[in-house]
Design a protein around this ligand. Sequence first.
Ligand SMILES: Cc1cc2nc3c(=O)[nH]c(=O)nc-3n(C[C@H](O)[C@H](O)[C@H](O)COP(=O)(O)OP(=O)(O)OC[C@H]3O[C@@H](n4cnc5c(N)ncnc54)[C@H](O)[C@@H]3O)c2cc1C
Length: 244
Amino acid sequence: MPAPEPFDLRLVASRPLAPSVRALRFDRVDGRPIAFDPGQWLNLVLPLPAGELRRAYSIASAPDGTSTIEIAVTLVAGGAGSAHLHALREGEVLRAIGPQGFFTRAADDVAPALLVGTGTGITPLRSMLAAATGAASTSPIWVLFGARREADVIYRGELEALARERPNVRYEITLSQPSAAWAGRRGYVQAHVPELVAGLRAAGAPAEPHVYVCGLERMVKAVRATCRGDLGLDRRNVHAERYD
Ligand SMILES: Cc1cc2nc3c(=O)[nH]c(=O)nc-3n(C[C@H](O)[C@H](O)[C@H](O)COP(=O)(O)OP(=O)(O)OC[C@H]3O[C@@H](n4cnc5c(N)ncnc54)[C@H](O)[C@@H]3O)c2cc1C
């Protein structure tokens, strides 16, 4: 496999998605299209005073043949890389290396899929979902998103709209620290995976569902253990990406 290619990205827009999350849109400076598979990530080279830092960010947008991509960055306490990106101003240029990664789902994949993400772990899943939608896929794609509070739910409006418009798309949110007013699912994502996999098994039969899980290690491990253990999913049907 050839080494990933370096190229320059210019920040064209930065907007808050949640109290500690910003979405950043970049244009490739040379104007060439950015080719990648839904689910892949880029290494961003961050020029900090103390030296150069490289940090990986999943591409949140779908490959659409343009020179624009979006990422979403969680501001990590004491984290130099995420702080630099949150402070980046429009017009500033960064070096990117990529695309990279094997946590991918083809836009025309017909297998039923459960996409499980917490925090900015939703971003590669958003890319997969947008790519499948763009390819007019009718295979069941269900999204389970976990956050602490309602304010931390990112991309909610667009995912709810997609689920309303497309019978094959379902979008579920679970909150681990909900307010008393929250009427939706509660607790960690792993508690809701068995019910959704069972639903997909019924909806997508005879094909077994694939589960794509992305976020921090503890959650990824727990979801993987549930899928491989109690639910008896084959190793090849469980795809995972860890951020830490
Ligand atoms: C393949 C891959 C894709 C990634 N994609 C994204 C992405 O799309 N968006 C994103 O925000 N981050 C993503 N990350 C994490 C990102 O690369 C950095 O680790 C993160 O921004 C923290 O960097 P930092 O320099 O600010 O903090 P550091 O000082 O490097 O890290 C401090 C600690 O923060 C923890 N951490 C890392 N990421 C998170 C997070 N998202 N939430 C809470 N704690 C975290 C780590 O355990 C680390 O020990 C990805 C990581 C990998 C490996």
